[in-house]
Ligand binder design. Structure first.
Ligand code: GUN
Length: 286
């Protein structure tokens, strides 16, 4: 069973080590290291954990990071002023606006106010439009991390049926686009909470990406024997245990490869954020 598990933890570490080496050795970084500015509004506990993990990873890779922690009472104008300040800061290469924002703030207006040239999270409408139209640009970190995982373990994608479950603009929609892009060439189905025949769809999927945010929702008996299963879900059960969207122990018996939760996709999201930041800095310092 262990051989089937895709260690996002190890693959992310390899990528972070490569980035650290790049930051230490490439000429352009003699001027200054890359820098990420993380903006967090309020005190949503999971966001605090994610942001501190991102900052720690930056530090280990030789990337400067600075946290702009704004109170939950922050107004839309104050948030936009902060994002404007970062847009105009010459030493900031990447800006991460941690979501969700408190409910009185508009996420779409805040993302639109970011500098698309520093949008290392890939969530600005311009970055998403570039993805849709096949132009180079920053890709959202979680789906980009999934593509990196699939590539690293050598999954043969062209012509395969990939089923993405979940339609968020952070994961599901960009994931579907990346899997159907030239080069990946999957035949993609996008399912969501209103999809009627989910078990049947799952049974026909060679690659299944679960990003619906429901604990252990995907049953082992729904998995096509030999499928590659990527579990993007991170759900906390009442007993405190963290589980994915897939019923892992059952799915393991049928999948040819499967990501665990934790230690699967999560570390990849962070590694891709670092990669986008280093790429942005390289472009700006060249
Ligand atoms: N909240 C949950 N996932 C993400 C992500 O990938 N980026 C940002 N900015 N916020 C998130």
């Amino acid at each position: 069973m262990v051989g089937k598990q895709i260690s996002g933890k190890d693959i992310a570490k390899q990528l972070r080590d490569r980035l650290r080496h790049q930051v230490l050795n490439e000429d352009c970084f003699r001027k200054r290291p890359p820098k990420l500015a993380a903006v967090m509004v309020g005190d949503y506990p999971p966001s605090k954990i994610y942001v501190s993990a991102k900052q720690k990873a930056c530090q280990e890779a030789g990337i400067d990071s600075e946290l702009y922690h704004l109170p939950s009472s922050t107004s839309q104008l104050q948030l936009v002023e902060c994002l404007d300040f970062l847009k105009n800061s010459p030493t900031v290469d990447g800006i991460l606006l941690q979501l969700p924002l408190p409910s009185h703030l508009s996420e779409s207006a805040a993302l639109l106010a970011m500098d698309p040239e520093k949008d290392v999270d890939g969530l600005h409408p311009i970055s998403l439009g570039k993805l849709l139209s096949g132009q180079p640009g920053f890709r959202p970190c979680t789906p980009a991390g999934v593509m990196h995982l699939l590539d690293t373990i050598g999954v043969d994608l062209p012509g395969k049926h990939a089923l993405v479950i979940g339609r968020s603009f952070i994961v599901g929609k960009p994931m579907a686009l990346l899997l159907m892009e030239k080069g990946a060439d999957c035949t993609v189905t996008l399912a969501h909470s209103q999809t009627q025949n989910l078990p049947e769809l799952c049974l026909s999927a060679d690659i299944l990406v679960a990003a619906l945010g429901k604990p252990e929702w995907i049953q082992g008996s729904w998995i096509k024997p030999g499928a590659v299963v990527i579990d993007v879900g991170i759900n906390r059960l009442p007993n405190g245990k963290i589980v994915g969207d897939v019923s892992f122990s059952e799915a393991c018996k049928r999948a040819s490869a499967i990501t665990p939760v934790p230690g699967g996709v999560g570390p990849m999201t962070i590694a891709m954020l670092l990669k986008n930041t280093v790429d942005s800095a390289k472009k700006r310092l060249a």
